[in-house]
Design a protein around this ligand. Structure first.
Ligand code: AGP
Length: 607
């Protein structure tokens, strides 16, 4: 799960590679490196740590050349140290590769190569690739790459440079994403468009077993073992989006505060007068009208959005909705119906588990509709229909504004389907839209409590364990609140359906345990009140998320955060906001790396 980039041309090589790697660091950021060929000689530099460590290292180096490759890593095999960082080089340091993917038969290949005298320096699976190329390299680098591909099992996108072929990059793929960018007297390769879009908008998507021979003046494509092929060149219609912190200390905080604007944008893009419309949906209304079941696939925060969607879709559109964690979906023998639609939800559009699900679904002739934030991503391209979640670039690894954007889009989608299926009247849809339009102001009111939330964080930041409880559509909110806290502060946190407390987790409660209780005034309020009292009876500390004006709850709360009095269907969009802030301020107090927490990557591209 890594990002790779490559460049052949006259620009400053170091800067093209570093910009590319920075833009790819959502795919991993535990180590990085580059390799270049200058005057026929290969050089490479690599280091553990974030891209800024590589930048520092290169400040004192003289990176020259017109041909180079780069890599940002999320460790799968071997810890994140310099030796395991890419590029990986052959024994005599004349061939270098960068690889994204997992070579499943690397152990067998490694043993064979060691027996033949090859010396392995790293613990990576990727190192077998460079030794195999070296082994097969006689006259032709291309031929050596092809023979290597035949030996490899697993997934890969890799790029090679070699002193024996100093003017070109050879890049190929199977299972992992790879694109080629075409420029004027310059060419690029990358794991995604984002890394090279500042330089070119002419893109070729590589298919499995495609090989690109990338020279400065042209790129030739061929199939493994086959002849030269023509590939379609796509013109990318959007511009490079860059995100800066806008004066905020962290991207995450900036993204939390962007949420009112994100919701306003989505509403103005998708609600035109009385009509809800999704630009670029690519799926006909007939498919949606016919649907009798949605099967939602997603991971992490996006899965929580799917869980909330189930409450809304089943209640209003009356369509049976199942929600699967993508990595588990393939382990059940799903019964398929002709009118089922598989719905994938993904911020990045590159999550390997979700991608694998939609591929499996398509192989079984399901229609696939995706909610994706990153345009041009693999899930965007491979889905039959797409709703862009439109939250703008999200940089913080902990998803915040895109979660709220997913919930708003899923709410609009519910209304859209309900209209198509006549399960809601036009008047009911209009009332619900009016309610939705209040959400940006509501979120602003919650954000105004930031000092108070910071004070709560100060009170509890030393605790090593938290419980989050909620009911109905605020049960997924409890899961999301717990995920936010654990991923950025490394505090153990668990989300539970409040009714489940008594079936086990109540044993955890003592006077040390903070319990975040999500209790807006809605249909589950009375039951939540009982659960909060159960926590209090066992001396647990209650941090209650309650509706403005609810004074009854004060007696049972050690701390209160208020949300405006909104319609029940919108509470999940609101209750998550204070939990994002709570997690943020706790993580900052613990001096954690909020935007790039340890062990994580923004986009999880391995299964
Ligand atoms: C969210 O805070 C997480 N970092 C993570 O759970 C994420 O939501 C998950 O990996 C799914 O990513 P996707 O939405 O890009 O598919």
């Amino acid at each position: 799960m890594c990002g790779i980039v490559g460049y052949v041309g006259d620009r400053n090589l170091e800067s093209v590679l570093l910009v590319g790697l920075e833009r790819l660091s959502y795919r991993g950021y535990d180590s990085s490196g580059i390799a270049a060929i200058s005057e026929g000689e290969l050089s490479y530099w690599k280091t553990p740590g974030k891209i800024r460590e590589l930048e520092k290292l290169l400040q004192n180096m003289n990176v020259q050349g017109r041909v180079g490759i780069g890599h940002t890593r999320w460790s799968t095999h071997g810890e994140p140290n310099e030796v395991n960082a890419h590029p990986q080089v052959n024994t005599v340091k004349k061939v270098a590769i960068v690889h994204n993917g997992i070579i499943e038969n690397y152990q067998a290949l490694k043993l064979k190569l060691i027996a033949e005298g090859y010396i392995f320096r790293s613990q990576t699976d990727s190192e077998v690739i460079v030794h195999l190329i070296s082994r097969y390299l006689q006259d032709s680098l291309l031929e050596a790459v092809e023979r290597t591909m035949l030996d490899l099992e697993g997934t890969y996108a890799f790029a090679v440079i070699a002193e024996s072929d100093p003017e070109r990059i050879i890049a190929c793929k199977k299972g992992s994403p790879l694109i080629v960018g075409l420029g004027k007297n310059e060419n690029f390769i990358s794991s995604d468009i984002n890394a090279i879009i500042p330089h070119t908008k002419e893109i070729v998507y590589m298919d499995d077993l495609d090989i690109a021979i990338v020279a400065q003046d042209k790129v030739t494509f061929k199939k493994l073992g086959g002849a030269v092929i023509e590939k379609t060149v796509h013109q990318i219609a959007w511009d490079a989006t860059s995100a800066d912190k806008n004066g905020f200390e962290h991207y995450m905080l900036k993204e939390i505060f962007e949420q009112p604007a994100v919701v306003r944008n989505i509403i103005s893009a998708s609600v035109k007068g009385d009509l809800i419309q999704f630009d670029g949906l690519r799926m006909g209304n007939e498919d949606l009208i016919r649907t009798t079941r949605f099967i939602i696939q997603a991971c992490g925060t996006s899965w929580h959005a799917g869980l909330v969607a189930k409450y809304m879709i089943e209640r209003y559109a009356r369509v049976l909705t199942e929600v699967d964690i993508s990595s588990e979906f393939r382990y059940r023998q799903m019964i398929s119906g002709v009118n089922d639609i598989v719905v994938a939800i993904s911020q990045s559009g590159e999550t390997a588990d979700t991608l694998a699900c939609i591929r499996e679904a398509k192989s079984k002739f399901f229609k696939v509709l995706s909610f994706v934030n990153v345009r041009g991503s693999t899930i965007d391209r491979e889905s039959d229909g797409v709703i862009n979640t439109n939250s703008g670039p999200e940089v913080g690894v902990a998803s915040t504004k895109n979660y709220v954007a997913q919930l708003v889009n899923l709410y609009l989608f519910t209304l859209y389907i309900s209209q198509l299926k006549w399960t809601l009247s036009q008047a009911e849809v209009q009332t619900m839209l009016m309610e939705l339009k209040k959400v940006p102001d509501y979120i602003e009111r919650i954000l105004e409590q930031k000092e108070q939330i910071q004070a709560i964080a100060e009170k509890y930041y030393k605790k090593r364990e938290f419980l989050f409880i909620g009911r109905g559509m605020n049960y997924p909110s409890a899961l999301e609140g717990a995920l936010k806290l654990k991923e950025i502060s490394y505090i153990h946190a668990t989300g539970y359906a409040a009714g489940e407390l008594k079936h086990g987790p109540i044993a955890l409660i003592d006077d040390q345990l903070p319990v975040v209780c999500i209790a807006p005034k809605c249909s589950t309020y009375d039951k939540m009140m009982s659960n909060i009292q159960e926590v209090r009876a066992r001396k647990g500390k209650t941090i209650v998320i309650a509706t403005e004006g609810d004074t009854d709850i004060e007696e049972f709360a050690d701390d209160i955060i208020r949300i405006p009095d909104a319609s029940e269907d919108l509470t999940a969009i609101l209750t998550v906001v204070p939990m994002q802030l709570l997690a943020y301020y706790i993580a900052v107090r613990l001096e954690c790396d909020v935007d790039q927490p340890r062990n994580l990557a923004k986009s999880v591209t391995v299964e």
